[in-house]
Ligand binder design. Sequence first.
Ligand code: LIP
Length: 277
Amino acid sequence: MTEPISPDQIRVLREFAEHLARSAGSLVREGRPARVDVAATKSSEVDPVTAMDLAAEAHLRALIAEHRPGDGILGEEDGLTPGSTGVTWVLDPIDGTVNYLYGVPAYAISVGVVVGEPDPAHWTPVAGAVHAVPLDVTYTAGRGQGATRDGEPLRVNPSRSLATSLVGTGFGYTVERRTVQARVLAELLPRVRDIRRIGSAALDLCRVAEGSLDVYFERGLNPWDLAAGQVIVREAGGAVTGLRGAEAGTAMTVAGAAESVTALTAILESLGADRDA
Ligand code: LIP
């Protein structure tokens, strides 16, 4: 898609993203076995993939192929299927897989919609939906069209001092990265109200949008963790950035009210939080 995308097109994409997220959410909720087994691991032995991750992504891909032929797909499990329309669906079939594995009720289906090249450095996020599976709650947003949770408008909390802020974060799967993240956390913890590690970036971003977190940061997010949630935060009046003037992405993602993001970003930069050594 090279011509500017219209508000009507954004509305249609948002509505289908919601349908996709809810449909895959029903599959995951109703199909969860009593005992979930690891089908494979990825970046480390504690970075699991379950049969349901694979089944949920296959389900999403089949619906997109049926209803949006020609659109591209970038999924956590099966990678990039280039399209011809300029629209790409960015899928995390279960965000919070470790929580799903252990039965911790904090995992989500994340469906982001981007236009332009299927490259996070060049694409434009325009819509997204995050379905919190155990709660059966769905967050959605469209660029210029606001953000909602089950249809109710969302707004980030007003900026407040970091010392009174509830801060969300997450950690990587390798020893090297976790060693640096532990150092950063130790420096940050005395300077904030408290920390929450929910275990799903998509849900962390939705909690910022709804005000149940003041600000969130994490190093190591993949495009599918971020694609939907960043639209939801921005449409709820928040900022989503990286460090040192960069866009949000794998190096670092910081989300919240603008002044809170600025204050946290300054500390993270001083701590070298966007480096692994
Ligand atoms: C998860 C992220 C989370 C991060 C976890 C994991 P996954 O994604 O959403 O923020 O801290 O380590 O990467 O792997 O469950 O799709």
